[in-house]
Ligand binder design. Sequence first.
Ligand SMILES: C[S@@+](CC[C@H](N)C(=O)[O-])C[C@H]1O[C@@H](n2cnc3c(N)ncnc32)[C@H](O)[C@@H]1O
Length: 271
Amino acid sequence: MEFKHKPVMLNECIQGLNIKPNGIYLDGTLGGAGHSKEIVKKLNKEGILIGVDRDEEALIAAKKNLEQYKNVIYVHDNHDNIKQILEKLDIKKVDGILLDLGVSSYQLDEKTRGFSYLGENELDMRMDKTQKLTAKEVINTYKEEKLADIIYEYGEEKFSRQIAKRICNQRKIKPIETTKELVEIIEKTIPKSKQKDGHPAKRTFQAIRIEVNNEIEPLYNTILNSIEVLENGGRLCTITFHSLEDRAVKNAMVKATRKMYLPKRFTILYM
Ligand SMILES: C[S@@+](CC[C@H](N)C(=O)[O-])C[C@H]1O[C@@H](n2cnc3c(N)ncnc32)[C@H](O)[C@@H]1O
């Protein structure tokens, strides 16, 4: 696994985390450790970095990227379990948490993972390959109405109803097995005149991926739980990619602020 892209908003994150050399930091979306490498560089021997990813391939890449650093704990888990993760490590509070949400460029580029609408691969889209639910199961077993709702809500796709209908008609003939078959269904459904805004399958693929990986529903509580495990003066830094993530994070921040539940000197910066 190779991560070729520059970490998103790297300087802003490092600045936002305000790293203390002897602090404990948790990167809940380790990926190829682009952000984590900059965090760990700023730590001394007492400082600890906990790198969490639900994708075992990401952990392998991160270990390679961080091999010279000994103060890193790697955890294969879902960051939604942040409290349990820390409990298992016997750590009560951390000084900073980073969540760079969503899918990685590697996961998108690595066609065999089934996240990409380019090429022909099995409909998988699982970030965690130990999980049971795959894109193939979603596409071939969900009821038409549920599929349409997912494509509309998570993909903001105007043709969601028509796409779901065609998927359900098609799968009566034969199960939909590959990314290419799904792309063809979408291309046949969206009128050519409306296919100008990027690849026509982009929104549906995003929606199915979000459903497979349950990316939105737990996020609100994850943010609240993350705030709870911060030391006084600790920092939570979140990078969101689309409006659904953004909304969940901001709603949780607002709730936390209202409940006066934030650690002392907790500052919210929206960039
Ligand atoms: C945008 S990438 C992070 C890239 C990373 N910041 C870097 O610099 O390389 C998101 C990563 O988070 C992981 N991920 C997404 N949701 C997760 C979750 N709920 N729990 C744990 N890891 C998650 C993905 O598997 C992916 O590797």
